[in-house]
Design a protein around this ligand. Structure first.
Ligand code: NAD
Length: 364
């Protein structure tokens, strides 16, 4: 394939994250084009296809995988399907972009990585925080020595809970907010600090406001100690009112930086009457709100997908990989176990017979 040809992409899924993928490729169209979408509920893939001018529509993703010209497939389906889908995509000889979290178990993570290697395809991990412009700027400064020796990196992501029922069903999601959003913070701290070895993990979690609809935790705090002496502190919530919050703080002996992903990219706004859309998970557009401009760009999604397409053409090396996803997976295991035991859990930590990470905290 010529280096100039755009990478032909298929998307699995047609709802929240699939829309973000389709938008992202359309926003930076020079490296890739979405040629197909597959999603089981009749009409849903067709709706996404219409919105983004995607020519081919499937209700069965395996039929989409039979399309010979598709080179890369992005997986935007529930967590419990990631492993099987990744393996099917790799067996069809196509490069994989798998959304976070990588999968449910470490065995699945190994199988995904091994199959992609054996089939000679890339396994790229959908962690957009590695591409979030504000956070990339913070890392650039850290790498240039702005903060001297870093001793603490914090990331937190909070809202009032996810949009689709499967997130609340721990058999399908693998866990609550720590699984869903803690995976971002774990990946972030690990990446920010230059992927140092992890010594141990301590977690506290509970189900504070949503016990009526989930066995998953809706608030979690995680402390990671790295071998280079730095600490990661990751706070996540599905119990926080008022819309989405995503923030980082970086502390070194020589300096500090703070970044709020939304504030600073938003217009302090008051409206008696409301308006169309403010920001992800915002409950209202009336009263005081903070509508974010270029929301998906500020998250880094278009930049992430653009990078992955360039990796397929050999123009860049993947910056977010299946191996990163597996490290996150191991910290998720250790975090749930730590919350269950009430003490630190040292890595490597690889208990056998795990079906969902959350069962290491409490039985589903
Ligand atoms: N990177 C991020 O910040 C981010 C944000 C949201 C979601 N996600 C991840 O994206 C994934 C999807 O989440 P979502 O919010 O889009 O969920 P969603 O419920 O909005 O959409 C899930 C999609 O998967 C499809 N699906 C279900 N079973 C399928 C099957 N057998 N074959 C093909 N498609 C199938 C559904 O039809 C639906 O279109 C999850 O893993 C989630 O963690 C990532």
């Amino acid at each position: 394939m010529s280096k100039k040809a755009r990478v032909k992409v298929g998307i699995i899924g047609s709802q929240f994250e699939a829309d973000i993928h389709a938008y992202s490729f359309a926003a930076m169209p020079d490296e890739a084009e979405v040629v197909a979408v597959a999603s089981p509920t009749p009409g849903n893939a067709a709706k996404l296809a219409k919105k983004y001018n995607i020519p081919r529509v499937f209700t069965d993703y395996e039929q989409m995988l039979a399309e010979r010209d598709i080179e890369m497939v992005t997986i935007a389906a529930p967590n419990y399907l990631h492993a099987k889908m990744t393996i099917d995509v790799a067996n069809a000889g196509k490069h994989v972009v798998c959304e976070k979290p990588l999968c449910l178990t470490l065995q699945e993570a190994d199988m995904m990585i091994d199959t992609c290697k054996a089939k000679g395809v890339l396994l790229m991990y959908g962690e957009e925080l590695f591409f979030t412009p504000k956070y990339v700027k913070a890392k650039e400064m850290a790498d240039q020595g702005a903060f001297g020796k870093i001793y603490l990196v914090k990331q937190s992501e909070k809202h009032f809970g996810p949009h689709a029922p499967w997130f609340w069903d721990v058999a399908k999601s693998g866990g609550g907010v720590f699984m869903d959003m803690g995976c971002h913070g774990i990946a972030f701290c690990y990446w920010f600090l230059g992927r140092p070895k992890i010594k141990n993990v301590y977690c506290q979690m509970g189900t504070y406001v949503h016990a009526d609809k989930t066995k998953g935790e809706d608030n979690s705090i995680c402390i990671i100690e790295f071998e280079n002496g730095a600490v990661g502190l990751i706070e996540d919530s599905w119990a926080r009112r008022g819309g989405m919050e995503d923030r980082i703080e970086v502390y070194g002996e020589g300096g500090v930086t703070y970044a709020d992903l939304h504030l600073g990219n938003a217009l302090p706004t008051y409206s008696e009457y409301g308006y169309g859309y403010a920001v992800e998970k915002a409950p209202t557009t009336k009263g005081w709100t903070w509508p974010v401009f270029e929301e998906l760009w500020n998250y880094g999604f278009p930049q992430e997908m653009h990078h992955f397409a360039r990796c397929v053409r050999g123009k860049e090396q993947p910056q977010a990989t299946g191996e990163d996803g597996r490290v996150v997976q191991q910290v998720l295991y250790a975090g749930y176990q730590s919350a269950g035991l009430g003490c630190k859990v040292a890595l490597p930590f690889r208990p056998k017979g795990v079906k969902t990470p959350i069962e290491l905290w409490r039985s589903p």
